[in-house]
Ligand binder design. Structure first.
Ligand SMILES: NC(=O)c1ccc[n+]([C@@H]2O[C@H](COP(=O)([O-])OP(=O)(O)OC[C@H]3O[C@@H](n4cnc5c(N)ncnc54)[C@H](O)[C@@H]3O)[C@@H](O)[C@H]2O)c1
Ligand SMILES: O=c1ccn([C@@H]2O[C@H](COP(=O)(O)OP(=O)(O)O[C@H]3O[C@H](CO)[C@H](O)[C@H](O)[C@H]3O)[C@@H](O)[C@H]2O)c(=O)[nH]1
Length: 327
């Protein structure tokens, strides 16, 4: 069935990849984005409505202009450190924006939502693999804002019959092989793009935060999941909502952890810059030692499984983008 989907935040990194997958699956896409961290050039699979999700009037206009079958909501501010320094800005955008969007959807009678959540809702992990039953105890305002939004989805399901899937991504990485879109954040805080930029020799030194964590090599361990695998999960979630009312939550990762030093080694291999060096810095605030997903529930319920699980393959796809970024 071909659906008409409003992709809020579709000018951003993950949203643009999802828009591409939606369009290729035959769905109709409209992107709504305020371009605060997104890129006009990333909107290639549907029209762009330049608007803020906190603007109720603009949302009303968008929902009146077209009848949407579903919404995907990628909009957020998502820098952990910035969220600690500017919590009101984060709650305003991530909680306020989601509430305004939910109200507009209800007014327009749109009952299906796929929402971008995060591993940051869990806080400090209590066990090596994090499944959906792991307690949620965010340790920063960013994670708290996403958990609040998840709670709103559950309440909206009870009260108004909203159908929703919250996808808790672990570490999104890589880029589509087509080279049309990729990761372009300003400032860039993520490890893989920062290591790749340093490998390109553009003058930026790679800084590694902390080598005294309780992990095998002392650096943080993360679960890197390819952005195309995340996009595929969004399509599966949309289908799942067809016959599953209520609010659902799935953890999305590869189920494999890689340390910061292992990522640096993969970047050395992929880029051929064997001499890539770095400076040690103190721990970065808000970084848990290890975050690795148990994604069995997504595999079983959504029929989803990540296809790009090899770290070097993920890094290679990012390398191709960073070698020739379009924006
Ligand atoms: N990148 C990751 O590793 C990761 C991990 C877990 C969760 N997430 C979540 O996934 C989502 C997408 O992340 P991303 O890395 O693509 O980020 P991004 O910054 O590239 O994309 C977010 C998009 O939303 C837009 N936006 C933000 N606030 C808006 C508003 N108020 N109104 C309209 N548009 C707005 C931005 O302009 C941007 O295009 C976010 O919700 C993020 O919290 C990302
Ligand atoms: O230049 C860098 C960048 C990162 N790191 C380290 O590399 C690891 C991974 O950091 P990233 O910034 O790439 O990813 P995070 O795990 O911090 O962030 C991801 O997970 C978070 C949840 O914890 C949020 O969801 C966030 O949006 C998402 O990108 C961390 O130990 C970090 O300290 C460095 O050493 N140097």
């Amino acid at each position: 069935m071909n659906l008409n989907v409003l992709v809020c935040g579709g000018a951003g990194y993950i949203g643009a990849h999802a828009a591409r997958w939606l369009a290729r699956a035959g769905h109709r896409v409209t992107v709504l984005d305020n371009l605060s961290t997104g890129h006009r050039q990333a909107v290639r699979w549907g029209d762009l409505v330049e608007a803020d999700v906190r603007d109720a009037q603009a949302l009303r206009r968008a929902f009146t202009a077209q009848r949407y079958d579903a919404v995907m909501h990628f909009c957020a501010l998502s820098l952990v450190g910035e969220s600690i320094a500017r919590p009101y800005v984060y709650y305003d955008n991530n909680v306020g924006g989601t509430l305004t969007l939910l109200q507009a959807m209800r007014e327009a009678g749109v009952e299906r939502l796929v929402f971008s959540s995060t591993a940051a809702v869990f806080g400090e992990p209590r066990q090596p693999l994090i499944d959906e039953d792991h307690p949620t105890a965010p340790i920063n305002p960013y994670g708290a804002s996403k958990l609040m939004a998840e709670r709103m989805l559950a309440d909206a399901g009870q009260a108004y019959g909203l159908r929703s899937v919250a996808l808790r991504y672990f570490n999104a990485a890589g880029a589509t092989p087509s080279g049309e879109i990729g990761e372009s954040h300003q400032p860039e805080t993520h490890l893989i793009p920062n290591a790749l930029r340093a490998a390109m020799g553009n003058g930026e030194r790679l800084r590694l935060f902390g080598n005294d964590y309780p992990t095998p090599d002392g650096t943080c361990v993360r679960d890197y999941v390819h952005v195309d695998d995340l996009a595929a999960a969004h399509l599966a979630a949309l289908e799942y909502l067809h016959d599953h009312p209520g609010a659902h939550r799935f953890n999305l990762g590869n189920g494999q952890g890689f340390s910061v030093l292992e990522v640096v080694e993969a970047v050395r291999q992929v880029s051929g810059r064997r001499g890539l060096s770095f400076d040690w810095e103190p721990r970065r605030a808000g970084d848990p030692p290890m975050l690795v997903a148990a994604s069995a529930r997504a595999r079983q319920a959504l029929g989803w499984s990540p296809r790009h699980t090899d770290l070097c393959e993920i890094v290679a796809s990012a390398w191709r983008w960073h070698a020739q970024p379009r924006y």
